[in-house]
Structure formats: structure tokens, C-alpha cells
Ligand binder design. Structure first.
Ligand SMILES: [Mg+2]
Length: 369
């Protein structure tokens, strides 16, 4: 029989807001909203539990939050501080296991089946991690302990804040049967409505549907729901690996000479793509590399390192065109072109001049790190 895994999901409680309350005594016990200005088109990133009592929640427009609680403290996010704390927490996780999968700045899955301390019970590991976090950062967290990711995540949400909940293989079914349908992983508003129309309101109802019924309604996802209702989730905890470079390449539909004007157009498109990918991962880079493959399958790469990091398509293009100029033009027909940006750094955006949409993107991206 396969070994039963020990998975922990750790989720910090009202992370950004708790840090603000920690760092500023007058905010303790008060409704605190971290996010955009209430008199602009900003949104709530996180709010304290005191603010949640007014029905305020993340992604709500700050102006709406203001109407619900005009006395709340509105705080502009300090992402540099949140990231620092996030790193501190991650270092605590690594004392226990290298199998750490961060989901956002304040949330991670840990596989502690074979933990570094040789502790037998995952619940004990979770308790120790929570204690370490509180002692070293002054912040509370909630932990869910189970034998897979889905159940561990559900468990961490169970009695927040400062919660610790275990779901064992023995009590999983009872737990799942009473679980509201919208709490199941991957069930959004649309799917929830569909299921409720079918009279499916909780895990027990979901378990009454056959695999054929589920697949005819939800295609491939039907199988996932079938498994979740039975507490089956085989997804592994995937440890985070830092991105070392961002690149893109294109195999040409017909082979070209380096002198053909089309080459520059294709490279320009590739630069555009690389730039988008950099923006998406919120990175900037200092080293630009051009890769060329010829029809005899020989390959060359040429790099340039800049003093200042870049991410804009036009800047990458300028560097790439310079690299092209210095290539020998008579090496043969080209069959593939690629551009890579490496030597990456975090893109420190000026948050005071961005729109609501960029702001939302920024929150989304920075929580991915
Ligand atoms: Mg959280």
C-alpha cells in the first residue's frame, strides 16, 4: 500500500493588515483596510478581522468599503515589507521540509511526510511552525493538516484565525459530506449554480452523482469532482524554483537569410512576447541573448549585458538589433530565432501612478512570488 502523505497548508491571518497592526500600535483592534485610496478607484487588498465585521472583503472597491465603515484606517500597501515577512516565513518552513509550494506571499503547502526533524505527527509539525511564526514575526497563522492538498487547504480555512485543524483519512468522509458545495476546490460561481440547480448543495449530494453524470455535465472536471467528493487528490506538493530567465523563440516557416528584412520583424515580435512574459512575472533583466539556429543545425548565441535592467519590448529590441548587426551574415539560412532575458531582478514599480487594473495585476503578480 502506498504511504499516506502528511500535508500541511499554512495560511497567514489577514496578512497585510496584521503586519500593519503589528507595526503601528494605534491600529491594534481597529478596522484596517490595506489597499487603494477610498476616494479613488482603488480596491481592498486585505482587511483586518475588525473590518470584516462590516462586510468588507478583499477585491471590494475601496469606496464601497468606505461607505460600510468610514472610520476604518485605509493604508497603502507596503509590499517590500510584506515580501520580507513572507521570506522570513518561508525560511521557517525550510527548517522542516524542502517540499514547500508557495501559493502566494502568505500561503503555502508543505509535504512533511519525511520532515527534516524526524517528527512523526504532522499536527505537531504544524503546531511548531505556527509557534515559530508567531515568535519570530509576531503574526498568527492558520494551519490545515491532512493527507492531501485539497483537504489540508479546506482544513486551514476551518477555524481561522489562529486555527489548527486536522482531517484524518478516518474522518474525511463525514467532513466532506457536510461541506458546502462552493468550498470544493475548483467550484466557482457558475459551477456552483449548476450544481445547486441539480439539488447538489454539499459533499454528500455530490457523492450521489455517478461519474457518468458528472462527466456529461462537466467534461474532464467531472472526474475531479468525483474524486474530491471522496477525498481523493493526488496532486504533489511542487517546490518553488526561482526563474532564472525569460525567453521566447520561433521556428521559421521558411528559412531566411540574416539580411532579409523579415528577420527583424520576427525578432521584433519575439521581443514583444518576451516583454509580455517579463511583465507577467514582474521581472526586469540585464542580460539579453540572441539565439540563431541555421539550416545545417549549427547554433550560435550572442549576449549583451546592460548596466540597467529592462523589460520593455522596444528596449529589448534595441539590444537584439545591435546583436544582429554584429553577426556574420553569410553563415547560411536561418531556421530558428530566439531571445532570452536573464540576470533577472524584481520589477520595483512605482505604485503611486498606476491604474486600478495595473494595481490588481500587481497584487496578483506579487502574491505569486
Ligand atoms: Mg491569508
Amino acid at each position: 500500500m502506498e504511504e499516506i502523505r502528511k500535508i500541511i497548508h499554512i495560511d497567514m491571518d489577514a496578512f497585510y493588515a496584521s503586519i500593519e497592526q503589528r507595526d503601528n500600535k494605534k491600529l491594534k483592534g481597529k478596522p484596517v483596510i490595506v489597499g487603494g485610496d477610498p476616494h479613488s478607484r482603488g480596491v481592498v487588498a486585505t482587511c483586518s478581522y475588525e473590518a470584516r465585521k462590516y462586510g468588507i472583503h478583499s477585491a471590494m472597491p475601496s469606496s464601497v468599503a468606505y461607505k460600510r465603515c468610514p472610520y476604518a484606517y485605509f493604508i497603502w500597501p507596503r509590499f517590500d515589507v510584506y515580501k520580507k515577512v513572507s521570506r522570513q516565513i518561508r525560511d521557517i518552513f525550510y527548517r522542516y521540509t524542502d517540499l514547500v509550494e508557495p501559493i502566494s506571499l502568505d500561503e503555502a503547502y508543505l509535504d512533511v511526510t519525511n520532515n527534516k526533524k524526524g517528527i512523526k505527527y504532522a499536527t505537531q509539525v504544524a503546531k511548531m511552525i505556527k509557534d515559530d511564526i508567531l515568535r519570530e514575526t509576531g503574526l498568527t497563522s492558520s494551519a490545515g493538516v491532512s493527507y492531501n492538498k485539497f483537504l489540508a487547504k479546506i482544513a486551514s480555512d476551518y477555524n481561522k484565525p489562529n486555527g489548527l485543524k486536522v482531517i484524518t483519512p478516518e474522518d474525511k468522509q463525514e467532513f466532506l459530506d457536510t461541506l458546502p458545495i462552493n468550498k470544493f476546490h475548483g467550484i466557482g460561481n457558475v459551477t456552483e449554480r449548476k450544481l445547486r440547480n441539480l439539488g447538489v448543495n454539499n459533499g454528500y449530494d455530490l457523492r450521489q452523482l455517478s461519474i457518468n453524470q458528472l462527466e456529461s455535465i462537466f467534461k474532464n472536471r467531472g472526474y475531479v469532482f468525483y474524486q474530491l467528493a471522496r477525498g481523493v487528490d493526488d496532486r504533489k506538493v511542487e517546490p518553488y524554483r526561482e526563474r532564472k530567465s525569460v525567453g521566447s523563440e520561433t521556428t521559421l516557416s521558411s528559412n531566411l537569410d540574416m539580411n532579409d528584412e523579415e528577420v527583424l520583424d520576427i525578432l521584433s515580435e519575439i521581443c514583444e512576447d518576451v516583454s509580455n512574459r517579463l511583465k507577467h512575472s514582474n521581472k526586469v533583466g540585464k542580460t539579453i541573448t540572441l539565439k540563431v539556429k541555421y539550416d545545417d543545425f549549427t547554433k550560435i548565441t550572442r549576449s549583451i549585458s546592460l548596466e540597467h535592467p529592462i523589460y520593455k519590448a522596444e528596449d529589448i529590441r534595441t539590444s537584439v538589433y545591435n546583436l544582429v548587426k554584429n553577426l556574420e551574415s553569410n553563415k547560411g539560412k536561418i531556421r530558428l530565432l530566439g531571445v532570452t532575458v536573464s540576470n533577472l531582478l524584481e520589477n520595483e514599480k512605482n505604485l503611486t501612478h498606476i491604474t486600478i487594473f495595473e494595481y490588481l495585476d500587481y497584487i496578483k503578480e506579487s502574491t505569486k512570488q
